[in-house]
Ligand binder design. Structure first.
Ligand code: GDP
Ligand code: MN
Length: 382
């Protein structure tokens, strides 16, 4: 789950990372009142779940309350890459001497955390990576060992920050690592991390993504769930507790287990089709879950065929088959369905499905044959 900048900053500050004083505002009047309390100059900042706000006109310095009124009026309602601004963060303006970049994220292939630090901040880090990769100092942190201050100091030295920023950067990065691990984050990014003209290092921006599966450990993360940018299909699936990601294609996909669901997306593409979604129904393929999944996919107007790909593990084949049969009795599905059922008690499950098969409910023995059939049906060639 992605956090708004101000939520990320408040998250950082709980771990002792310095940020500027600020307040959230939903209206122009609230922005003005906040500026009066904070004292001008302030920065009026659009709160949207996307980057590049500055370039889009969503970050403005205001030297007076009148300017706050103007900027807040212009920024509220602004469309930034499809995200309409509904709230602002008003913070005391900083005098910036230098802008740096700092982040922690997971390097899956290295099976370690990856820290990135650069003296070239404030701009897109992807751009720095492309034009001047040596300007990014990287560090891999073993999750068991953690990040010691000594190692952090070496890392900061490698990034060639200005000497007066070094101590502040080391302090912040040690805390940022702690926030990243303790907060179950997938990403903690500060761009820019600034050195002010009076020698203070602080986080001027915050991009934080926390793992939605860790909400049970952080009940206060519930508030982040409400702000996620989901399309209609994703909202419907989310309400049913399904792991769903909307895509643009025509073959609806239902699979059990995230790995199989991803493989199903891949194989549909491999045989020339376009997946409409990723949908993992999890372990238990019972009638309720199956009916919910079918409903979500059926409501997607682009879907021309549905590929149900189930590998019975703990869930037995006959339970899956009964789940599918019961679900089909409850929801009216428009697109033809192709089933591939394998794994524990697959034969029993297939036997149960056999009498229900028709033009619009087909079964194939293998994943690739089922994918080919689903794609052909989506294209109207079968
Ligand atoms: P982003 O464009 O979405 O990444 O938003 P940022 O929060 O990073 O702000 C964009 C840019 O606005 C920063 O890189 C700064 O150059 C500028 N900016 C933000 N806050 C301040 C501030 O307090 N003072 C000054 N002078 N500039 C600021
Ligand atoms: Mn930024």
């Amino acid at each position: 789950m992605d956090l708004f900048e101000y939520q990320g900053k408040l998250f950082f500050s709980r771990y002792g990372i310095p940020i500027s004083a600020g307040e959230v505002a939903f209206t122009v009047d609230e922005a003005v009142a906040a500026a009066e309390r904070l004292g001008c100059p302030v920065v009026v900042k659009a709160q949207v779940l996307t980057g590049g706000r500055g370039k889009a006109g969503g970050v403005k310095v205001a030297n007076s309350v009148d300017e706050v009124r103007t900027h807040a009026g212009n920024i509220l309602g602004l469309d930034i890459k499809g995200h309409v601004v509904g709230r602002l963060w008003i913070e005391q303006a900083s005098d910036i001497a230098r802008e740096y970049y700092a982040s922690f994220t997971l390097d899956r292939s290295a099976k370690q955390h990856l820290g990135m630090l650069s003296a070239q901040g404030g701009v897109d880090i992807e751009e720095v990576a492309a034009t001047d990769p040596d300007a990014i100092a990287k560090i891999h942190v073993d999750p068991v060992e953690g990040l010691t201050e000594a190692r952090c100091r070496e890392w900061v030295a490698a990034a060639n920050l200005d000497p007066e920023a070094v101590q502040g950067a080391v302090d912040i990065l040690v805390k940022l690592y702690e926030a990243y691990v303790d907060g179950d984050a997938d990403l903690c990014e500060i761009n820019p991390l600034i050195l002010t003209t009076d020698g203070v290092v602080k986080a001027l921006d915050a991009k934080v993504t926390v793992d939605a599966n860790a909400v049970f450990r952080h009940p206060d993360y519930e508030e982040y769930d409400a702000i996620q940018h989901r399309d209609e299909r994703e909202t419907a699936a989310h309400d049913k507790g399904l792991q769903y990601v909307g895509l643009d294609g025509t073959v609806g996909i239902i699979a059990n287990g995230a790995g199989l669901a991803m493989s199903t997306v891949d194989i549909v593409s491999q045989v020339g089709g376009t997946p409409a979604n990723f949908l993992d129904i999890g372990g238990g393929a019972n009638a309720d879950v199956m009916a919910g999944a079918l409903e979500v996919i059926n409501n997607d107007p682009k879907v021309q065929s549905i590929f149900i790909n189930i590998f019975g593990g703990i869930t037995k084949g006959e339970e899956v088959a009964n789940g599918i049969i019961a679900a089909l009795g409850r929801v009216q599905i428009d697109a033809p369905i192709v089933i591939r059922l394998d794994g524990t008690n697959a034969e029993l499950g297939r036997e149960l499905l056999q009498p229900h098969l028709s033009e619009t409910l087909q079964m194939q023995p293998t994943m690739i044959e089922a994918a080919r059939t689903a794609v052909a049906l989506a294209e109207g060639t079968k």
